[in-house]
Design a protein around this ligand. Sequence first.
Ligand SMILES: Cc1cc2nc3c(=O)[nH]c(=O)nc-3n(C[C@H](O)[C@H](O)[C@H](O)COP(=O)(O)OP(=O)(O)OC[C@H]3O[C@@H](n4cnc5c(N)ncnc54)[C@H](O)[C@@H]3O)c2cc1C
Length: 342
Amino acid sequence: MNEVDIAVVGGGIIGCLTARELLARRPERTVAVLDRDSVGSGASRRSAGLHFPRGATGRVRGMAAYSQQYYAELSSHRPELPIHQVGMDVVGAEQTVRRSYLASARPTPATAGVWQVEGGQYADVSGLTGRLASELRGGAVVHEGTGVTAIGLDPERITLALSSGGELTVGQVVLAPGPWIAAPAWRELVAPLGVRVKKVVALHIDLVPAPTDRVVVFQAEDAFLLPLHDRGHWLFSYTCQEWGVDPDALGEGLSDQDLGDALAVLRAVAPEYAAHCASGRVFCDAYSGTGEPIVCPLPADPRVVFAGAANGSGYRLAPAIAAQAADLIDIPFLTSPTRSHA
Ligand SMILES: Cc1cc2nc3c(=O)[nH]c(=O)nc-3n(C[C@H](O)[C@H](O)[C@H](O)COP(=O)(O)OP(=O)(O)OC[C@H]3O[C@@H](n4cnc5c(N)ncnc54)[C@H](O)[C@@H]3O)c2cc1C
């Protein structure tokens, strides 16, 4: 197939859910998902995959509520999917917790300064993405090991040059590249969006969680302790402030500095865990300038819709991002630059 209606570039959780949404709305259209690696191998593979029922702005709270409902329905129909409900305690000031958490989270005081909230879950994001991609096959073409090396924006058609040497002709594109914002094929096209890439680090704690252990969210520190019941250890996520990183240059794993910085925060919030961590996961994610994900047509050509820059929340907000991207793809006047200016 060298011609399709829509190409989704990037087969992470956002790209795969967008392809799923596009086909759910109109199964007759042809969709290709292209990934230079395997599906679910980018930021999605390293994700802690925690869903908090919260948002710093009204738009993000709306997206969190939509996504929570989406994942709840998905896992109730498909209990074998790697999405796990987990209890959640939030350490934070009452005003902040009540303002940022969804009403459905029903914050309830537990002990002084600790709030129990409902609606937390976590996923093996890579495993989930792989399962979603396998279900796409048949409805969509999934091209793995196929990088997009250039995007040709002809008024009549869009041509994607592929690393395999071929070309794919498409009517519209959803660009879901995760942290590969600076890929040569779209660096100039996405530059006006002002997306930045930040390192994300989480420590693995070699303690086996008890079945009833709950997530602890440290609101002020923007950190959390997550019992990964499925993997048999805890994870500590904190906010690393290393900006401007290149996803292709992060292959060395956890550095001394990462470990030291993460341990300093862990010792401050939960010192009893600090003696048990010497390993972890390091990657990066795309961040917008506003704290909200970016889902918009590209200024240079509205037939190309960008979906991502979810600020370290790309798993939990992916269903809402996918729905918004599909909404934009389905706006008739966005199908060609000529018509958009009419
Ligand atoms: C350590 C860590 C912990 C995290 N924890 C959480 C969390 O607890 N909760 C949460 O909600 N989020 C979390 N995140 C963020 C979340 O994982 C990401 O926001 C999300 O996975 C992004 O999904 P994506 O589909 O946009 O990107 P990706 O999963 O990175 O997918 C992008 C894909 O694009 C492909 N690609 C790149 N260039 C090309 C090209 N030229 N041609 C074709 N394909 C290309 C890549 O191979 C990749 O597979 C975490 C991230 C990290 C790194």
